[in-house]
Design a binder for this molecule. Structure first.
Ligand SMILES: [Zn+2]
Length: 449
């Protein structure tokens, strides 16, 4: 693989610097080796430059990085499909199919903050080995959880299934042991279910802190001792603060922080991935997906609070990253990864350039900040050539037909569409109906027809 050049266009390099005219960008192998950009004519294209792509009139920017995508969930419609149905083997094979779907939407890296078995690790390894095309992945495994945590979904008489996304850890020794076992099995980082199911609320709003502060410290210390980073699902302000005190590397959601707590998070320098897309998809379009009205209403209330709390946090210095919680039926792979940027603009008040920085440089913290996230000499050539200007309309990044070329490590990826995927009955939960069929239900349905 020799040198390849992008010629012309407008360069958004992902560092947060304003866009500037691109004269040419040189890739040698998988890395960026030279960039000629800015006002003025710039140095001429080397005379031996034969392999080129004309990007005039287009935007050149880093590939998107989704800081929150669950590859093992398999477009789950509910907790049973997330936790019980489909084997580890099938989930892994299904995962490599879905990983390519993610790549085709312009996402060149994603972070998988927890899932069943070691599916994300297997998918990451299969892609790295060259068996299948897909984005760069950083992988966690089962969320460390307690009986008060998210992921302990089922009644106590059923317990926490081995196939579930939560690893129940009772006491510090089990927590330490789980971290060691996950590291042995190849995770890049540890995920903690630091707060509970959102139906069990603290008086201040937000789910209950599921671990005490001392337990969080033990987990983070052991992971760091073994050279692994840690993130947490933390919604209530108290659990965010406990995670900050424990030295967590980045935080998920944090949507019920008060202003003091947000100020403390900002002072800590710990970045935050709100993952608003999941909530907004249910609030805006849950009725189309068959979500219950109660769920839609609750998500709308949560989103309204998140907008207030997180826009304060962002304005006061919290580093924001773009993640979508893709992997559910309300957030299928490849569909909504760029919607988070739109929501950062429309709900948090960012400029399109600021949102792009969140989805590239900031989100790269969760995968590989040293080699990805910005277009700079020495970095991997993971980038997009976009037909249009996302600074004028951030929503165009959601339109896959606008992505002229997707480069992954200096190679334009094969854009052949994915074959349609058939779903098997044994991937699905055994629900007989969505609603109850009373005589009155039948009568009013027949009446309406
Ligand atoms: Zn998630």
């Amino acid at each position: 693989m020799g040198k390849h050049y992008l010629v012309g266009g407008n360069l958004i390099d992902g560092t947060g610097a304003p866009a500037r005219p691109l004269h040419w960008l040189e890739m040698d192998g998988e890395r960026i080796t030279r960039i000629e950009a800015g006002e003025g004519p710039g140095a001429p294209l080397p005379p031996d430059a034969t392999s080129t792509e004309d990007a005039r009139g287009k935007t050149v920017m880093p590939g998107l990085i989704d800081a929150h995508c669950h590859i093992s969930y398999g477009v789950a419609r509910g907790i049973e499909e997330q936790d019980l149905f489909a084997s580890a083997e099938y989930r892994s094979i299904r995962g490599v199919y879905h990983a390519r779907t993610v790549l085709l939407s312009g996402v060149t890296s994603f972070s998988d903050p927890g899932g069943s078995w070691f599916v994300a690790v297997a998918v990451r390894n299969a892609i790295k080995a060259g068996l299948f095309p897909g984005p760069r992945i950083s992988a966690a495994a089962r969320y460390l959880s307690t009986h008060a945590a998210l992921t302990d979904y089922f009644p106590s008489w059923v317990g926490s299934p081995r196939s579930g996304v939560g690893a129940l850890t009772e006491g510090e020794s089990q927590m330490v042991n789980e971290v060691r076992d996950q590291v042995k099995n190849g995770v890049d980082f540890i995920k903690i279910a630091a707060s509970g199911e959102s139906s069990v609320l603290t008086p201040g709003g937000g789910s209950v802190p599921a671990f005490n502060a001392a337990e969080l410290k033990v987990i983070v210390q052991e992971a760091h001792r073994l050279g692994r980073r840690v993130t947490a699902h933390a919604r209530s302000g108290q659990s965010v603060m406990d995670c900050v005190d424990a030295g967590i590397d980045w935080i998920m959601h944090a949507d019920f922080m008060d202003t003091q707590q947000a100020d403390r998070l900002a002072a800590s320098g710990i970045p935050c991935c709100p993952a608003l897309t999941f909530t907004a998809n249910v609030a805006d379009w849950g009725h189309i997906a068959g979500c219950s009205q109660a769920r839609i209403d609750r998500f709308r209330r949560d989103l309204d609070k998140a907008i207030v709390n997180l826009s304060y946090a962002w304005r006061n210095g919290v580093t924001m990253m773009c993640g979508t919680d893709s992997g559910f039926a309300v957030t299928p792979y490849g569909e909504w990864h760029a919607r988070e940027l739109e929501l950062f603009v429309s709900l948090l008040g960012m400029s399109p350039l600021q949102a792009i920085t969140c989805a590239t440089r900031h989100s790269s913290i969760t995968v590989d900040a040293q080699n990805t996230g910005t277009l700079q000499v020495g970095k991997l050539a993971d980038m997009l050539v976009v037909d249009g200007d996302p600074l004028a309309d951030i929503r165009i990044l959601q339109d896959r037909t606008r992505l002229t070329t997707i480069y992954l490590g200096g190679q334009a990826i094969d854009r052949t569409p994915q074959p349609p995927m058939q779903r098997w009955p044994w991937e699905r939960s055994l629900q007989i109906s969505e609603r109850e069929l009373y005589q009155t239900t039948v009568a009013s349905a027949l009446c309406a027809a």
